[in-house]
Every structure is written in C-alpha cells, then in structure tokens.
Design a protein around this ligand. Structure first.
Ligand code: NAD
Length: 261
C-alpha cells in the first residue's frame, strides 16, 4: 500500500474513469475525495466501498465544478478535512456533438468551464500545499482529442488541447518541487460519456447505432477494442509512484494506436 498517508482528490469520480481511479488509489491505501453527480445511495455505497478497500477515509463532494466558487469550497473543505491534497486528478468532463455553426453556446461554455477551466482552479488551490510538502502528483484525464481532432466536437477538442498545454506549463513551474504534472490521453473507453454521445452522433452523421460504434468510434482505434477504465487507472497509479518522478509534462496515450496513425 504505497499511498498510505496520502490524500487524493479525483474530480468527476462518481462514474466511469474517475471511479476507477478512486478505486485504484484506495486499493493502495490513500484517503480519497470523490466528486460528481449521481444517485445519493449509490454514491454512498461507492464511498463506503472505497474505505473498505483502503482502510483509510473517503469523503464525497457534490460540488458543481463549472462554478469557481464551488470549486473553492470543495478544495477548502478537502484541505481542512484531510490536511492537504497530495494527488489531484482532474477528470470531470462532458461531451456534446454538433456541427460548429449549430453548436449551442451554453454547451460550449459548459464544456470549456468543466473540461478545462475547473482544472486551473483545482490546480492553483492544490499547489501551495504540494509545494510546501515538496511532493505532489497532478494528473489530467485529457484524451486522444488533446492530440488530434474529430469533426463535430469543437468545444471538447478545444478544451482537451487546452488542458494539454496547461499541463506542460504547470509541469515547468513545479519541476523543482517534487511535483509531477501529466496528462493521460485515452482513446474510446466504454463509459456513460461515450454511450451518451451515440444518439447525437447518429443524428449528426445520419448513421445507425452499430455504424457509429464500428465506423466512427472503433474506426479510430487500430486495436478495434475499447480501452478499459482499469487500464487508464493503472497508468495513473504508476504516475503516483516514486519510479515515475522523472515523468512530468508528458501526455501518456492509451488509445489502441489511434494517434499513431
Ligand atoms: P462519465 O460520464 O462516466 O463521468 C463523468 C464524471 O463527471 C461523473 O462522475 C459526473 O458526475 C461528473 N460530472 C459531470 N458534470 C460535473 C460537474 N459540473 N461538476 C462535477 N462533476 C461533474 O465519463 P468518463 O468517460 O468516465 O469521462 C471522464 C473523463 O475522461 C472526462 O474528462 C472525459 O473527457 C475523459 N475521456 C473519456 C473518454 C471515453 O472514451 N470515455 C476518452 C478520453 C477521455
């Protein structure tokens, strides 16, 4: 249990990739703060499950990370409760699929606020403690879309390219403080986020569900397999190890070969 005594905050961790990160970090003994939306009883069951896995504490934050004042409340609460955040995983994200000239302005604002700007706020608030303790890990769930684009995803691709640049900048600013800052860039991972975009992609491209799955989603991935949440979480766990202290400012692709093409 190499993370005993450490505290990890994972944004957007009531589901999908974020929940897998939380479980992997808890299995190594970390205190965990999970965050996101969902059904109260299901989230409480997950929170208790994390404590059973870790033998440490797990807390839940229901804060809406599109709102800077709510991010400040979440961070202040977690720091007061656990004495600091050692591992910050910026993972909360949403998607919307539409041609740019029809892209709803409120969806653009939401995606930029959640997928990009929330990471600026959590990072600026976590860094003073990490610098003081001379240890920290910041990991962003970016995406293959931080490296390449797809049509109809203008806000998402913009936010993900943005977070890749933010990561490099913060890595340079923190390089002598024992802090590493990296992106993990998955290809398509089978989670609610991917499932939910199928109807819009069907509409935008005039395709059936099967065509979207095979000709759009898996068409990008030479392995013809979805990436699993456990594969993504295993990379995050590695980045938290002392052996990964030399990896900073990197963008780690887990995309079945997508961006090699
Ligand atoms: P998901 O929908 O399963 O999880 C999203 C999480 O974010 C949930 O916990 C949800 O409650 C939370 N969330 C949504 N709005 C929020 C808000 N306003 N404030 C706080 N939390 C909020 O999706 P996922 O696929 O696990 O995605 C997680 C991250 O991985 C996202 O950043 C996504 O862009 C990225 N990603 C996903 C894939 C994929 O194929 N699934 C690929 C590459 C990158």
């Amino acid at each position: 249990m190499f993370l005993k005594g450490k505290t990890a905050l994972v944004t957007g961790s009531t589901s999908g990739i974020g929940l897998a990160y939380a479980k992997a970090l808890a299995a190594e003994g970390a205190n965990i703060v999970i965050n996101g939306f969902g059904e109260e009883a299901a989230i409480e069951a997950e929170r208790q499950g994390l404590e059973t896995l870790s033998g440490a504490r797990a807390a839940y934050s229901a804060h809406d990370l599109t709102k800077p004042d709510q991010i400040e409340a979440m961070m202040a609460g977690a720091i007061a409760d656990f004495g600091g955040i050692d591992i910050l995983i910026n993972n909360a994200g949403v998607q919307h699929v539409a041609p740019v000239e029809e892209f709803p302005v409120d969806k653009w604002d939401l995606i930029i606020a959640l997928n990009l700007t929330s990471a600026f706020h959590t990072t600026r608030l976590a860094l003073p403690g990490m610098k003081a303790r001379k240890w920290g890990r910041i990991i962003q769930t970016a995406s293959a879309h931080s490296l390449v684009a797809s049509p109809f995803k203008s806000a998402y691709v913009t936010a993900k390219h943005g977070i890749a640049g933010f990561t490099k900048t913060v890595a340079l600013e923190t390089a002598t403080f024992g802090i590493t800052v990296n992106c993990i860039s998955p290809g398509y991972v089978w989670t609610p986020l991917v499932e939910k975009q199928i109807p819009d992609t069907m509409k935008a491209r005039g395709m059936t569900k099967e065509q979207v799955m095979n000709d759009v989603l898996l068409a990008s991935q030479p392995t013809k397999q979805f990436v699993t949440v456990e594969q993504v979480a295993a990379m995050a766990l590695f980045l938290c190890r002392d052996e990964a202290a030399g990896i900073t400012g990197a963008n780690m692709s887990i995309d079945g070969g997508w961006t090699a093409q």
